[in-house]
Design a protein around this ligand. Structure first.
Ligand SMILES: [Zn+2]
Length: 280
């Protein structure tokens, strides 16, 4: 069955004008995000159809649209089966990636209007994990807080691996989130939090916000609860990939390298390369 996200105030308020946001665990450690108004639903990165179909049936929801952040199978493989149940539902995805099911290719700077929900998203270009990765952002009042659906770009205390892009691209993609408010909920696509915290603590052992989140996230996982969404404000306070230039992280990187590492993208690159080989 499906499970609501821990940040459940919206789900439990039952306000007529509120949208419900649900995290559906899928595959190994993916989350498929679903937003609905009680009648229509928009689904983000359905790597698997079955959990979405079960939720849509249980809540008697119509599929209004699908949003895709990038081409990896664990984000798109469920789309054909969902479209078989809801022919004609638009599929929005990155214009510069070849995804057969995408019929509404979009790129950074464009807006996506989800039919049926009167819900708008701003598209952000976030290359790095893949060449054409995009994210979707909405500040619609019915969401309770601004929402960022960032796929495999930003994770709780981590960031995506660089399969196709460069460290410079990923550093710039994460920098692009700087304009978004601290209250923005970060809806990433994987439950990688505990492993990411191990690495973050190696980078910045003295970070008390991180230490507190370690305890909080461990307790959530023991109860089988998602650790996400987090907020951008929290990520700015504890995610090493958004903090490459704080003194403790810079000092850790320079001690490892045995030399000065220039600020910005070079520090980000050193951090990402270390994470690739890090054994918790
Ligand atoms: Zn991916």
């Amino acid at each position: 069955m499906y499970q609501t996200s821990p940040e459940s105030t919206i789900a439990t308020e039952h306000r007529a004008d509120a949208l419900v946001c649900t995290a559906l665990p899928a595959l190994q450690d993916n989350y498929i995000w679903v937003l609905d108004d009680g009648a229509q639903a928009v689904v983000v990165d359905p790597g698997q159809a079955a959990p979405v179909q079960a939720m849509l049936r249980a809540r008697q929801l119509q599929l209004a649209a699908i949003l895709l952040t990038h081409h990896h199978a664990d984000h798109v493989a469920g789309v054909p089966a969902l479209l078989a149940d809801a022919p004609g539902a638009p599929v929005f995805g990155p214009a510069v990636e070849a995804i057969a099911t995408v019929d509404r290719p979009v790129r950074g700077g464009e807006r996506v209007a989800v039919p049926g929900l009167a819900l708008d998203f701003q598209v952000l270009d976030t290359p790095g994990h893949t060449r054409g990765h995009i994210a979707f952002y909405s500040a619609d009042a019915r969401l309770g807080a601004p929402r960022l659906f960032c796929g495999d770009t930003l994770f709780a205390c981590g960031c995506g691996r660089l399969f196709e892009g460069t460290p410079e691209q990923m550093h710039a993609s994460l920098g692009g989130f700087a304009a978004l408010p601290d209250t923005t909920r970060v809806h990433c696509a994987h439950e990688y939090t505990l492993a990411n915290i191990r690495f973050a603590l190696a980078c910045e052992p003295g970070n008390r916000v991180l230490q507190a989140f370690d305890r909080e996230a461990s307790a959530l996982r023991e109860k089988g609860q998602p650790t996400v969404p987090t907020t951008l404000g929290d990520e700015r306070a504890r995610n090493p990939f958004l903090r490459v230039d704080v003194p403790e992280i810079a000092a850790t990187l320079e001690a490892r390298a045995g030399r000065a590492v220039p600020p910005g993208a070079p520090r980000f690159a050193a951090l990402r390369a270390w994470k690739d080989v890090f054994q918790p």
